[in-house]
Design a protein. Structure first.
Length: 318
C-alpha cells in the first residue's frame, strides 16, 4: 500500500485546490497563458450557488474548483476523468455563463473581466496532435496578434504529458508530475516534488494517513463511480463500433448486390446483342445462299425456298 492517495479524485483535488488558496494560485500561474504582469496574486472561491450544474454522468467524472482573483478575473479549474466530444461544448458553455453572469442592468461592458477555464483531461482527445497543452481563445484569423479578450479555454491532456526540465516552465512540469505520478501505488514521492514548497504541501495533504475512514469511503466511492462510468462509456463505444461495422458490412453487401445486378444486366445485354448479331448473320447467309443457287440455275424457286427457308416472293426479288 502506498503512502499517498491519487490527487485527481474528487475528495483529494478539492482538498488541495479548493481549500488552499496558495496552491490554486500556484497552479493557475503555472498552467495559464499569463504574462508576468497578469499573474494571479490572490483569489476568492465562488459561492456554492455559482458552481455550474452537472448531469449525473458528469458528477462522477468531473471535479472542479472555481474562483476569482483581485482583478475580478474568473477561473474554472476542472479535472475530467473521462472524455467525450460534448465536453468541449460544455466547457465553452460554462465559461460563457460565467462571463455573462458578470453583467448587470445598465453596466459598462468595458468592466467585464476574462474567464479562464483550465481543464485537466485524464484521457487523449486529440490523438493526431503531439502536444499535451491546448489553448483556445478568440483570435483574428489572419492577424493572430489581434485578440478579443474574454474566454480562454485551456485543455491539458495528462496522458500525453512527459516530464521535462525546462526552467521557463518549471512549476508547470512539477504540478503535472504531481498530478500524473502520485497515486495509491506511490510509496515515496520524487525528490523534485518534495523540494518544492507548494508541491510538497500538496503531497502532505494527500497523505493517506491524513484521511478519516469516512473520507476514505467517499474516496473509494468516487473511483467506483469513475470505473462504472468508464465501463458504460467503453460499452457505448463498443456498441457504436459494432453498429458502424455492421453498417459498413451492410453497405458493402448493398454495393456488391448492385455491382452483381449491374454485371448481370451487362452480360444479358451483351448476350442479347450477340444473339441479334447471329440472327442477322444467319438471315444474311440465307439470302447469300439463295442468290448463289439462283445464279447456278439448277433449282427452281420452290426448291430454293425449301432449301433456304425464304419465301418464293423473296427469292424472285433477288
Amino acid at each position: 500500500m502506498g503512502k499517498y492517495l491519487d490527487p485527481r479524485a474528487d475528495l483529494t483535488f478539492k482538498k488541495i485546490f479548493g481549500e488552499h488558496k496558495n496552491l490554486v494560485i500556484s497552479l493557475l500561474n503555472a498552467l495559464l497563458p499569463l504574462k508576468d504582469d497578469e499573474r494571479v496574486e490572490s483569489i476568492e472561491y465562488w459561492p456554492a450557488e455559482k458552481i455550474p450544474d452537472r448531469t449525473e454522468a458528469e458528477k462522477y467524472s468531473i471535479v472542479d474548483v472555481c474562483c476569482k482573483d483581485n482583478k475580478q478575473r474568473e477561473f474554472i479549474v476542472e479535472m475530467q476523468m473521462s472524455w467525450t466530444e460534448s465536453f468541449k461544448r460544455r466547457v465553452l458553455l460554462n465559461a460563457s455563463k460565467a462571463y455573462v453572469a458578470q453583467t448587470e442592468k445598465g453596466m459598462d461592458y468595458s468592466s467585464l473581466q476574462p474567464v479562464y477555464a483550465l481543464n485537466f483531461v485524464n484521457a487523449v482527445f486529440l490523438p493526431d496532435v503531439e502536444d499535451y497543452y491546448h489553448y483556445y481563445h478568440l483570435v483574428h484569423d489572419k492577424y493572430t496578434n489581434k485578440v478579443i479578450d474574454g474566454l480562454h479555454l485551456i485543455f491539458v491532456e495528462l496522458k500525453k504529458f512527459k516530464p521535462t526540465t525546462f526552467s521557463e516552465r518549471k512549476m508547470q512540469v512539477l504540478w503535472l508530475r504531481f498530478l500524473t505520478e502520485i497515486n495509491e501505488k506511490t510509496k515515496e514521492a520524487p525528490a523534485e516534488l518534495l523540494q518544492n514548497t507548494e508541491v510538497n504541501e500538496a503531497l502532505e495533504i494527500v497523505e493517506r494517513a491524513a484521511f478519516t475512514d469516512e473520507e476514505m469511503w467517499f474516496y473509494d466511492k468516487f473511483w467506483d463511480r469513475v470505473s462504472t462510468q468508464r465501463t458504460f462509456e467503453e460499452e457505448t463505444k463498443r456498441k457504436a463500433r459494432e453498429e458502424a461495422r455492421r453498417e459498413v458490412r451492410e453497405e458493402a453487401r448493398r454495393e456488391a448486390r448492385q455491382e452483381m445486378e449491374e454485371y448481370i444486366k451487362q452480360v444479358k445485354a451483351k448476350a442479347e446483342e450477340y444473339i441479334e448479331q447471329e440472327k442477322a448473320k444467319a438471315e444474311q447467309q440465307k439470302y447469300d445462299t439463295a442468290r448463289k443457287l439462283k445464279a447456278m440455275n439448277v433449282m427452281t424457286a420452290s426448291q430454293i425456298a425449301d432449301a433456304t427457308g425464304l419465301s418464293i416472293e423473296e427469292i424472285n426479288m433477288l
